[in-house]
Unconditional design. Structure first.
Length: 147
């Protein structure tokens, strides 16, 4: 993990911070996709909780996502309550080579499984970049399945 990682994660956290409190039962997540030192896509959780940040950033990046790094403030979901493709599956399908995450997601829809899915598929996965800053965003977030 490098100063560059901190800088891109800082951008993802700024995106997420601007939408805290407006994403319903879902946490406000920021995602920045970086290829060759340039942001090719950005996203933040939609108002009311969907779409997820990664979906928006991947759509913006298009083919630019192939081989790129995704910076995400919270572990990508491994399952969606709606039955739609998970963000982990979407990141894989887009050919993302590396995923950098600030905080693990304690909800039952991720809870380490997003990380496992990505790692098992051979994605370079780093957890814990700016984790304290991101955790501050999620201090009011009570994931489903956690009591
Ligand atoms: Zn997701």
């Amino acid at each position: 993990m490098t100063a560059t990682d901190n800088s891109w994660m800082g951008r993802a956290i700024a995106l997420a911070a601007a939408r805290v409190g407006k994403t319903g039962g879902n946490p406000s997540v920021g995602c920045v996709i970086v290829a060759d030192g340039v942001a090719v896509g950005e996203g933040v959780t939609g108002e009311g909780g969907r779409p997820h940040a990664e979906e928006i950033a991947l759509a913006a990046a298009g083919d630019g996502a192939r081989g790129a790094t995704a910076y995400v403030t919270l572990e990508p979901c491994a399952e969606r309550s709606s039955g739609a493709a998970s963000c982990s599956a979407r990141l894989l399908a887009a050919g993302i080579a590396r995923v950098v995450v600030a905080c693990e997601d304690a909800s039952t829809l991720a809870g380490g499984r997003g990380a496992m899915l990505l790692r098992d598929a051979g994605v370079d996965f780093d957890l814990g970049v700016l984790s304290a800053e991101a955790a501050a965003l999620y201090s009011g977030y009570r994931p489903r399945g956690q009591r």
